[in-house]
Ligand binder design. Structure first.
Ligand code: ZN
Length: 345
């Protein structure tokens, strides 16, 4: 059975494989373009055993699983639509990145802002694009960067063997990025550590791939931010979006707070250029602040931790990384070695 059919069957309970030819031609082009990015990125990252496709599901979520020997990454089709909604609202706010384009011509997208963070498709209100063309182009570029951030994060769950490890410890056969049910304290602890690991390894590949894509896509029609500035805004937004779609009442969260995830990435993926994090005024914290200021000013989302980048958050992160290193790494490493051997053989 080919990979696409295995994918369709394995993800049937979530909607199965998105049938792109059935979509209107404009939407089909968007999904097909992303599918080409996914295939290119898998090749680029030498993840030859993995297969990524769209799941026909309007929600914001993603899933990593293994079926019939194939490592599968399911990106829910709602990811693109909803990420675009966030960035269209973001850049339709005249106070956001006010020096870019004619920001004063923008007006906040009130109806769409109200529906951000709600998975229910009946409440969803699509955002109109920013009116200034430069700001619209930037919003589109940030959408691409964010979707690829989520893809590389899922790929890292796969290549870092989080699936067999999670199965060994918890007994689950797939890893749904935003779990549908309440987690136990044990699951929550394990997932937070695995999320930091996926962020770390996902970010390295994402930044490298994004730089390449940025040159190819925007070399002729430049966008007003550097590849790295786009990357900082996109990863922050992806953490906030995941936080907003996660179960709100959860006492046992599935992910670390956005500020902690961002601090982790600054030190892992950007440290060569920017140096290690030294404090809340660090140059690499600018992207985080741009997103979190907008987020807080719009009081969204309900219920996620609004922690700022701080020394306390940094210490909390270091403690989690030490816990990962001592308690989980030796077991996880065994799975990684086994996977590499099985792919090579
Ligand atoms: Zn994850």
């Amino acid at each position: 059975m080919d990979k696409s059919s295995v994918f369709d069957i394995a993800l049937r309970r979530y909607g199965g494989r998105l049938h792109i030819p059935a979509l209107d031609s404009e939407t089909a082009q968007v999904y097909a373009a992303y599918s080409r990015y996914f295939d290119g990125a898998l090749k680029w990252a030498s993840a030859t055993n993995a297969h990524c496709d769209w799941v026909d599901n309007f929600q914001f979520n993603a899933l990593a699983t293994v079926a019939r020997g194939h490592e599968l990454i399911g990106m829910f089709s709602g990811i693109v639509i909803r990420t675009q909604q966030y960035f269209y609202c973001f850049l339709s706010d005249p106070s956001v990145l006010a020096s870019i384009g004619n920001a004063s011509s923008e007006t906040p997208n009130v109806a769409s802002l109200r529906s951000l963070g709600l998975q229910d498709p009946t409440i969803y209100a699509r955002a109109r694009a920013p009116t200034d063309p430069k700001r619209k182009n930037l919003a589109d570029a940030l959408t691409v960067c964010t979707v690829m951030c989520i893809f590389f994060h899922e790929l890292a769950h796969t290549t870092r063997c989080h699936l067999p490890f999670y199965r060994e410890v918890i007994g689950a056969t797939s890893y749904l990025e935003l779990p549908a049910t309440e987690l136990t304290p044990e699951e929550s602890r394990l997932r937070i550590l695995l999320e930091l690991d996926a962020d770390h390894f996902g970010a390295f590949n994402h930044l490298g791939f994004w730089r390449m894509l940025y040159e190819g896509l925007f070399g002729l029609s430049p966008i007003p931010l550097t590849a790295e500035e786009c990357w900082c805004i996109s990863v922050t937004m992806s953490f906030f979006i995941m936080g907003s779609f996660a179960r709100r009442s959860s006492e046992h969260p599935s992910h670390p707070p956005p500020a902690m995830r961002y601090l982790h990435l600054i030190n892992r993926a950007l440290s060569q250029e920017h140096g290690m994090y030294v404090g809340p005024h660090d140059v690499a914290t600018k992207g985080f602040k741009t997103v979190s200021d907008w987020w807080i000013s719009n009081e969204r989302p309900r219920g996620i931790r609004q922690d700022a980048l701080s020394e306390e958050m940094f210490e909390e992160l270091q403690a989690l990384l030490r816990e990962f290193e001592f308690e989980y790494w030796p077991k996880l490493e065994t799975h990684i070695i086994l996977r590499e051997k099985s792919i090579a053989g």
